[in-house]
Design a protein around this ligand. Sequence first.
Ligand SMILES: C[S@@+](CC[C@H](N)C(=O)[O-])C[C@H]1O[C@@H](n2cnc3c(N)ncnc32)[C@H](O)[C@@H]1O
Length: 262
Amino acid sequence: MTKAVRPLGSVTRGTTAPRRLRRADRWLVANWPALRSAPVPLVADLGFGALPVTTFDLATRLRRVNPHVRLVGLDVDPARVVAAQAVDTDLPVEFAVGGFELAGLRPDVVRAFNVLRQYPVDEVPRWWAEMTARLAPGGFVLDGTCDETGRLASWIRLTEDGPQSLTLAADLSGEPGLVAARLPKILISRNVAGEPAHALLSRLDEAWNRFAWRSVFGPRQRFAAAVAELRDAGWPVLDGPARWRRGEVTVAWNAVAPRPSR
Ligand SMILES: C[S@@+](CC[C@H](N)C(=O)[O-])C[C@H]1O[C@@H](n2cnc3c(N)ncnc32)[C@H](O)[C@@H]1O
């Protein structure tokens, strides 16, 4: 008989909502070339919550690109797993009890949204390391946070070498810096003077305000102009206008990594 492995982590609130993670999911499809080329890419949706609605959203989106993708929803709460398994769906999604040890899977991608935000910040590096050590070669984790409806979101892309980038998905009905309220856990208390993340958000808002006149072309054009200015000023912006026009920008992690505490 095999010994059951206790999942790593603790049961937390299960709050979720359909389409809440759509911005990260679209970004994933656009930034994961192996989704198209791998015969059976494996994705773990870690911490799917009270109902697996965002897991179904992700399955629908990924299968449009690769119908053979395998998606496993993991949660540390066995009752949520049982409830998810009972949902009537045509989508070939599996559910299992699992935590940061990823239930013995070796996924190409782990989507962990609104999970680490409920853990103490000093535990984050340990849980990152647990997950990234179990990735398939070339794999990555998206550790992200969003608001209730998914209009505001941000996420860190992590590989076995550590964090690689931060993506901000702003709500352009207000200043883009308002995304600060939904930064990933490792950055949430770092939107203060002297921190690189604060410098980025402040520069973005300054540029956004300078380009107010661009509003005649719509907020997306205004945001794209603001990001172009940041890039021209030397910020390591990793993406281009097609994403900026969605109110999104990805920067290299070394530009926003928290200052080591003294
Ligand atoms: C707030 S819900 C997030 C639901 C969904 N991902 C979303 O963003 O809408 C967090 C879920 O993560 C689960 N959870 C917490 N820690 C976990 C861990 N270490 N591994 C797997 N699931 C975890 C909780 O039990 C809860 O169901």
